[in-house]
Design a protein around this ligand. Sequence first.
Ligand SMILES: C[S@@+](CC[C@H](N)C(=O)[O-])C[C@H]1O[C@@H](n2cnc3c(N)ncnc32)[C@H](O)[C@@H]1O
Length: 323
Amino acid sequence: MQHLCHMAATRVRCYLRLVPGSLEYAGVLADKETGKTMSNGGGSRAAIREKRDDAMAGNDETQSGIDITKPNVARMYDYYLGGKDNYAADREAARWVLGSAPDVPLAALENREFLKRAVLFLAQEQGVSQFVDIGPGLPTQGNVHQLARQQDPDARVVYVDNDPAVIGHSRSLLEGMPGVTIISGDLREPERILTHPELAACIDLTRPVALFMSLVLHFIPPDDDPHAVVGRFRDALPLGSFLVLSHVTSDGRESGPLTMISDTYGDANAPLIMRSHAEVARFFDGFELADPGVVFLSQWRPTGEYFAHGGTRWAYAGVAEKP
Ligand SMILES: C[S@@+](CC[C@H](N)C(=O)[O-])C[C@H]1O[C@@H](n2cnc3c(N)ncnc32)[C@H](O)[C@@H]1O
């Protein structure tokens, strides 16, 4: 609660800067005074139901050591995609993002479409049969193992995430599915991930691997040197391996909405660091980019006219091979 109040105070500062004298300004002040959330007045039937559902769900999740009071990046993404594995704090934070960038759910869908095209490209055209997906998020439609196994029923897939909720949900989904697993690991620790016994049991690191880092590197701040981290994965992977990457960008955006989005993720379990085209392209150092290079994610081998135009332009994407 204290945390949500702190969040509200942060937003008040932003709104004062963005729209002084507007209705939103009056609404936020009222909220600051009452301590209620902004979304629906705090007293509607939907809000009451939401609180009740969360209180019930909270019992389970507290037992598993998952913090449902703090916005969580995996669960906010789940909310953008219309999923059900999210809680009031996630939805409230997501609404602040959507208030500044209403097309974020479309960007999330564009990213899922990009993933689909990337897996098809690798499995169909490049003959890749081993996949490591770091930061897969909560299970949704068209997960990497489902897409890969449509092309190759023997494809092997290891998911890696540092979120216990993602691990828990995925484990139950993947139970009894040989050749597909999820391990707990942090992207910033490549050696621990690549030497994990469960990964070693599934992936042959002497043969090419497709390494997915889709919408995850922007959660790694500069202090953790994400470019060096990707370089360590690159050096450890065999020749002929691929890197698949998508990353949120601030290119072409105005500072107001960007500040609101950064502040909101600043209150979540991981900060959001947007990067320029040049910074995203640098992740591919030492790789050979497949056509069309690093582009807005909907422009990566687009299948429709909408995609070809660039879509929401919230993220860049690319696929590259270790030569
Ligand atoms: C926005 S979701 C991306 C989901 C999916 N890759 C996609 O592109 O649709 C980001 C995921 O990265 C995970 N994540 C964030 N930081 C991480 C880290 N340092 N190590 C491993 N996973 C991380 C989150 O828990 C979440 O599941």
